[in-house]
Design a protein around this ligand. Sequence first.
Ligand code: URA
Length: 191
Amino acid sequence: MEPCKYANLEELHAACADCQRCALGETRTKLVFGVGNPIADLMFVGEAPGEQEDLTGTPFVGRAGQLLDKYLYAVDIERKDVYIANILKCRPPKNRDPLPAEEDACIDYLREQVRIIRPKVIVCLGRIAAMRLIKPDFKISVEHGTWFERGDYLMTAVYHPAALLRDPRRREDMLRDMQAIKAKLDELGGN
Ligand code: URA
């Protein structure tokens, strides 16, 4: 495992607070660093902040975040016990997909966050995070809920809650995947 460059999340947050590594630094309202338990065994990684997240500086607080909260509640996971971050820390204009160059500019912050938190399980929320963290050809409709070992971490991906808002037919799959994540966490003795 690579050593951490920063002693804790506060130091890392301070180091990226004024980030201008890509053009999103000019258009963001607030940088959305991440939120939650700094020693979480379970970490969720989404795509990028949306409008509400950009305004508040907190990930997953808009409609998609409220749906995520319902799934956490349904499987008896408390939001305060997990850590939630995104591939990008700044909102792409009009919520377009992140550009590869934006991901490249931002990804070291997330990697450093993971090194500091050292979760047992990382759950990608949606295909963008899965393609970046699990494998470039990840197919969310086929491979959601599948477990992958990546270095020190066990990883899986579930549908992005925004996709579930658009297509409620996937909600049963999401509930099953979230139940399996909770079972895996219990099996690993995670918090
Ligand atoms: N969608 C994401 O991927 N991340 C957020 O923080 C909010 C919406």
